[in-house]
Design a protein around this ligand. Structure first.
Ligand SMILES: [Ca+2]
Length: 577
């Protein structure tokens, strides 16, 4: 009897607190998968997962990285959670909203992020500030972003929480390894966990391992495509390691595993695009139709199958909360997404006339109808007035809005209602907090320049921008030291030199331009700038300002010997004195 009860209790435990592993790839498109018909790329292990999963074939992500990640973490549309775009100071989520790791943590789960976050690198936007208890990560959008600059796929600099470490493991292998190491510990202590393995591949730079590149180098003429495929092949191998490990650790049955991508393909469309129009960045189907596989052997989801119910990345958090009975903290922002539980467990699956919005914030600021798409079953309203029927025209070649004026208007009305709900908040930009005890200093970069598109090392190397303002919030009143630098602070590089000619692993990169910087200036809240000459170590310009508690703008510039402004200050470090 007791044994029976114990078994029952274990079953209850098993189904109410399964582990959750969420894998997100970066820039792999829907067509970049063997199971989706790619004629060259081989992904046998992910194809096996495809065969074991509930697959959503009408699932939509965002056309680019940051907006998708914010939508995934919050269940809110990008322009509502405010992480609407990669650069331009618009990659930060509202501070006052519920996040996926926060929900898991509040419901007794251990939470871990391994890899790419891309929703802010400084307090209070770091992953550890938003609900992750264990964080092994890199900053920015990837290893060639402005803040990582000379990082390298084969020899990876990474952050263990906030401690800088180096690894000679290939970056993707490192994220999988550290995730499994951490999960081993959770399993040993019988602690259910939520693990977010967020890869920075196959995103550029296209640097696959030689053996993975070799499989494709002779099959495609464009070597960047061969590298791109090699990077996905490596993900496939890493997934196989994870799957094997799950079996060895006995968690296969009771782990809900989600595999997905973040946006349309970056390179694969040259070979195979599953018949879709557009790629990464596009509002057409190829920009945002996503991969979504859900596998939970112990979850009674029924046979593996395809579901063509229109669904969105904003549905993931509501779905997990519903399936796992997670309590959601009170919030004034109800999810834009809905629970897909009934589609997953096959209890009530019907096409219910659902409409979805795909929209991100452009390179500078949100614009109405900018690469927008309203999704309604097999219909797509692209922008203001193009209507496509994907059931007859999967490549979106024939605008049929003239034939269906009422449907076109209905979908536009739906978009207008959405736009009305976010338009007023489009001027709002989240701030980075300086002077908080969580960080001894705050690094600001050109990616945080409001409404300026400047987010990678090539931009910085070229040195051609007068910059923009940083939106900050002082945690305490008082004096702050503000240092301005031409290069990331950790590189300790002279203001007047070029950038490095290789990554830390020896890959060649653009040295860029040497600027004749002799002094710098800083404006607070648009007031008359204060000036200072280069520090004697010539790697920075050091200034001091007084800030009151609350929001401010900072803007820095570099000057030449004649006093002329020659560029914006690409990097800044703010320290409370
Ligand atoms: Ca991406």
């Amino acid at each position: 009897m007791w044994l029976f009860l114990l078994v029952c209790w274990n079953l209850v435990q098993a189904t109410s607190h399964p582990n959750v592993i969420l894998i997100v790839t970066d820039d792999q498109g829907y067509g970049d998968l063997g199971a989706h018909g790619n004629p060259i790329l081989q992904t046998p292990n992910l194809d096996k997962l495809h065969g074991e999963s509930i697959r959503f074939s009408n699932f939509h992500v965002s056309p680019v990285c940051t907006p998708m990640r914010g939508e995934l973490m919050t269940g809110l549309y990008a322009l509502r959670n405010k992480a609407g775009m990669v650069p331009a100071g618009r990659n930060l989520m509202r501070k006052d909203i519920v996040t996926m790791p926060g929900v898991f943590a509040e419901n007794g789960y251990a939470t871990g992020l391994f890899g790419k976050w891309h929703l802010g690198d400084a307090y209070p936007h770091r992953p550890m500030d938003r609900g992750f208890q264990r964080v092994v990560w890199h900053k920015g959008w990837g290893l060639a972003s402005e803040i990582e600059y000379d990082n390298d796929y084969y020899y990876t600099r990474y952050l263990d929480e906030m401690e800088v470490k180096y690894s000679d493991r290939f970056c993707t292998n490192l994220w999988f390894d550290t995730a499994m190491e951490w999960m081993d510990g959770q399993i040993d202590s019988e602690q259910p966990f939520f693990t977010y393995i967020a890869l920075n591949t196959p995103h550029s730079p296209f640097h696959a391992l030689a053996k993975d590149f070799a499989k494709y180098g002779h099959q495609v003429s464009d070597s960047s495509v061969a590298h791109f495929f090699g990077l996905i092949d490596n993900i496939d191998q890493n997934y196989a390691r994870l799957d094997l490990w799950m079996n060895e650790r006995g968690i296969h049955e009771n782990t809900l595993l989600i595999f997905m991508n973040d946006n349309g393909t970056a390179r694969g469309e040259k070979i195979f695009n599953a018949g879709m129009r557009g790629k990464k960045g596009s509002g057409y189907e190829g920009g945002h139709r996503g991969i979504l596989f859900v596998r939970w052997p112990g979850g009674k989801l029924g046979n593996p199958r395809e579901v063509d119910y229109a669904s969105s990345v904003t549905d993931i958090l509501p779905t997990l909360a519903d399936m796992l009975d997670l309590k959601i903290p009170k919030t004034e922002f109800p999810f834009d997404g809905i629970s897909l539980k009934s589609a997953l467990d096959n209890t009530d699956f019907s096409k219910n006339g659902r409409k979805l919005i795909v929209q991100f914030g452009s390179r500078f600021r949100p614009q109405k109808f900018f690469r927008s798409c309203v999704i309604f079953d097999h219909w797509r309203l692209n922008g203001k007035s193009e209507l496509y029927d994907l059931s007859k025209d999967p490549g979106q070649e024939h605008d049929v809005s003239d034939k269906f004026p009422e449907l076109t208007k209905a979908l536009r009305d739906y978009y207008n209602e959405y736009w009305d709900s976010i338009e007023e908040s489009n001027t709002f930009i989240e701030s980075i907090v300086v002077g908080n005890d969580a960080e001894p200093f705050t690094d600001l970069t050109c990616n945080n320049w409001v409404e300026v598109d400047f987010d990678n090392r090539n931009h910085v190397a070229g040195g051609e921008s007068m910059g923009g303002v940083w939106q900050i919030e002082a945690d305490k009143s008082g004096f702050y030291r503000v240092e301005l630098a031409r290069w990331p602070f950790f590189m300790k590089r002279a203001l007047t030199t070029t950038g490095p000619s290789t990554t830390i692993g020896g890959m060649p990169i653009e040295e860029g331009v040497a600027l004749p910087i002799t002094s710098g200036s800083l404006s607070v809240d648009g007031s008359q700038a204060i000036q200072a000459n280069a520090h004697k170590d010539n790697t920075r310009i050091v200034l001091e300002v007084e800030l009151s508690v609350g929001r401010h703008t900072l803007q820095g510039w570099f000057h030449d010997a004649s006093g002329k402004k020659i560029a914006g200050a690409f990097y800044s470090r703010v320290t409370k004195l």
